[in-house]
Design a protein around this ligand. Structure first.
Ligand SMILES: Cc1cc2nc3c(=O)[nH]c(=O)nc-3n(C[C@H](O)[C@H](O)[C@H](O)COP(=O)(O)O)c2cc1C
Length: 210
């Protein structure tokens, strides 16, 4: 026997928590730095995040909850649209507490950075800075936001797509042969509930020739 439920039907699963997010795993965490029009830096983690193409390289993060209509929207979404830029900082095991701390729901004008010991580095091609302690960064230009369906009329789902226009990699991650050794960075990923995973087991498989 297997459990089947239609997610559109309220709590049809009969479980204490909706299991959907435990089944799309692990989700990389885009730790997004943005700047508002006044130059205030904002930093927040997004696990509805991924790469979506590599020529040109593009990434997305999805902002859920506060809707854009009614002057809302999360700060990362609003800033990315207002300035056309954002930066993705690699979220790693060493930075896990700071990643979590920057998810605090602060009002616009208050920066999550004040809750951390993090410092910032200037970016090369965009204005939002990078998290100095993170070993890799993707500087992004906002391409467009796609408004998605939302079953809660009070909320919104907004997919923010950006083109990667600059990439920084700490040389400490590079092997002598020029490969990125992720076991040195130990990126973290999001599971369901309050659970996370860490990249500490890597295996390779050549693709079939035909
Ligand atoms: C690991 C992690 C992943 C998250 N992923 C998302 C996400 O994909 N979409 C989202 O809207 N909120 C997500 N959140 C919640 C946001 O980080 C939180 O709402 C934050 O306050 C948004 O900040 P901002 O308004 O400065 O953008 C996540 C939180 C954590 C801790």
């Amino acid at each position: 026997m297997a459990l089947f439920f239609e997610p559109g039907q309220h709590k049809q699963h009969g479980l204490p928590f909706n299991p959907f997010k435990t089944l799309v795993v692990p989700r990389p965490i885009g730790w997004i730095s943005t700047m508002d029009a006044q130059g205030m830096v904002n930093l927040a983690p997004y696990s509805f995040f991924n790469g979506l193409a590599d020529a040109p390289p593009m990434v997305f993060f999805a902002s859920n909850g506060r809707p854009r209509s009614r002057g809302g929207g999360k700060d990362s979404l609003r800033n990315a649209e207002a300035t056309g830029e954002f930066v993705v900082n690699l979220a790693t095991w060493d930075l896990r507490e700071a990643v979590n701390a920057t998810s605090a729901p602060l009002p616009p004008g208050e920066s999550e950075l004040q809750r951390t010991e993090l410092s910032l580095l200037p970016s090369e091609r965009v204005r939002p800075p990078r998290v100095a302690q993170s070993p890799a960064h993707l500087e992004c230009r906002w391409i467009r936001t796609v408004d998605l369906p939302c079953t809660n009329p009070e909320e919104g789902n907004h997919l923010v797509i950006g083109e990667v226009v600059g990439i920084h990699i700490d040389e400490a991650l590079l092997t002598e042969e020029g490969f990125v050794d992720l076991s040195r960075a130990r990126p973290i990923g999001r599971l369901g509930y309050m659970d996370y995973t860490v990249v500490d087991t890597i295996f390779s498989m050549p693709r079939p020739k035909r």
